[in-house]
Design a protein around this ligand. Structure first.
Ligand code: AMP
Ligand code: ZN
Length: 460
């Protein structure tokens, strides 16, 4: 069985050949921890969790290393710290923000059925590696110091007569066009408009570290160099897969490649660049101003995490997702059915009809269709396939419990309403009995009358 992955750099699906099958290495850009993660942020986390699980299935659990960083130095974090903890010294306030947000992120993605990565490095713990990369870039003539900043020069990179990749190759942009289209208000310390920051001075009170390249004032790293440093430390100069959302291709990943390849004189940083498509909500771009900004945390109050996971995987990872209530309701029904049929049976090997689409560039919609096909037949294979995809982490009883908690419906209240409805029906007050049925439906409770009485279940 051959795994094929779509690579953003070569713009084609290619057979995956790991550099070392005993140590398959993947890096995915993680969250900047300053606020609750939204459901769009959940997409790369879920998608690359599926890939992590699939790689473990193919190469063995001990032979896959997955690194997802935590960005804990950023202007947005500083702003939040000032706003939320005005009484505290900034550094302490920042620690509170990053700790709380980091914990919340873990709680959210655990609930989505995602395995923790092998390593979750924090940017602030890798300043030494960042300084080292920056020093190498300055020595190599790819970066320069100006007004206590260190800047990377894409033009120096492309002028170098070597086997380095071209700057712009990943995002398919030409440097000449970037220069022509550059904004007019370029920072005065930049030699060229396309130069980007590797290191910058910290304002008083902001987190700061001793600077590289002979700069006296303390400073802090730029965002792009953080990922180059953490990937290098934990995966080496050259590794297998680098992932993230499609919005990160430019400038973030283009700059990561530039930094890593120039610092280590490499032709490549990662052999496969994978990017998930964007998520929108009810056909609109998610934004705070439109009021359709939904956090994972909010969704988890209404839905079990595995429902959100299934809903995400119904769309292929490279396509855009339209996140709708209707689709969530369908996902909840499907999963409910699968839980009843497969949660308490001994899991067999995942079905070939499920694994085959998965190894074809993570075709989860096709894998899910195949699981529908298994439902009436080989439920052992269905159970094994669901587990491979990160479902059925609970017993049926726990699942029922969770649904009930998520629905916020108290079973005693439901029983009480059903008794009232039965009484209304026996006195032929059908207006009242219909009212109660509608009320229950609005609570997400479906009822069924039979000669033995009325039974009920959560309809979502
Ligand atoms: P950010 O916190 O914006 O840096 O995003 C963290 C991760 O979530 C990155 O991999 C982004 O590409 C991804 N991401 C952010 N917004 C969305 C969205 N609406 N749909 C899919 N992925 C997203
Ligand atoms: Zn990154």
């Amino acid at each position: 069985m051959e795994l094929r992955l779509y690579d953003t750099l070569s713009r084609e699906k290619r057979t995956f050949v790991p550099l070392d099958p005993k140590n398959v290495r993947m890096y995915v850009c993680g969250p900047t921890v300053y606020d609750f993660a939204h459901i769009g942020n959940a997409r790369p986390v879920i998608v690359f969790d599926v890939l992590f699980r699939l790689l473990r299935h193919l190469y063995g659990e001990a032979h896959v290393k997955y690194v997802r960083n935590i960005t804990d130095v950023d202007d947005k974090i500083n702003d939040r710290a000032v706003r939320d903890f005005p009484g505290l010294p900034l550094n302490e306030a920042i620690r509170k923000v990053t700790e709380q947000t980091g914990e919340q992120f873990h709680a959210d993605v655990d609930a989505l059925g995602c395995l923790r990565p092998s390593v979750e490095p924090r940017a602030t713990e890798h300043i030494g590696e960042m300084r080292e990369i920056i020093e190498r870039l300055v020595k190599g003539g790819f970066a320069y110091v100006a007004e206590d900043h260190v800047l990377f020069s894409p033009q120096a990179m492309n002028a170098a007569n070597s086997t380095l990749p071209r700057y712009g190759a990943l995002s398919k942009r030409s440097l000449d066009e970037m220069i022509a289209g550059a904004r007019v208000d370029v920072a005065p310390y930049k030699r060229d408009a396309t130069d980007f920051v590797l290191w910058k001075p910290s304002k008083p009170g902001e987190p700061s570290w001793p600077s590289p390249a002979g700069i006296k004032a303390e400073g802090r790293p730029g965002w792009h160099v953080e990922c180059s440093a953490m990937a290098w430390k934990h995966l080496g100069e050259h590794f297998d897969i680098h992932g993230g959302g499609i919005d990160l291709v430019f400038p973030h990943h283009e700059n990561e490649v530039a930094q890593t390849c120039c610092a280590f004189h490499r032709e490549r940083m990662a052999n496969y660049w994978m990017h998930n498509g964007f998520l929108q909500v009810e056909s609109e771009k998610m934004s705070k101003s439109l009021g359709n900004f939904i956090t994972i945390h909010e969704l988890l109050a209404d839905w079990p995490g595995e429902v959100l996971r299934l809903n995400m995987l119904k769309t292929h990872y490279r396509s855009p997702i339209d996140w709708t209530m209707k689709s969530l309701e369908e996902s909840a029904k499907t999963l409910d059915d699968w839980y009843r049929v497969a949660a308490d049976v001994a899991p067999g090997e995942p079905a070939a009809s499920v694994v085959e689409p998965l190894i074809d560039d993570l075709n989860t919609p096709l894998a899910i269709a195949a699981m529908h096909g298994l439902r009436g037949g080989d439920v052992g294979a269905l159970a094994g396939s669901l587990r491979l995809l990160g479902f059925l982490s609970e017993s049926v009883a726990q699942w029922e419990d969770r649904k009930q908690q998520a629905s916020g419906v108290d079973p005693k209240e439901v029983e009480g309403l059903i008794a009232e409805r039965t009484a209304a029906r026996s006195r032929k007050d059908f207006k009242e009995s219909d009212r109660i049925r509608d009320l229950l439906a609005a609570m997400g409770v479906a009822i069924k009358d039979s000669k033995d009485g009325t039974t009920w279940e959560f309809s979502r």
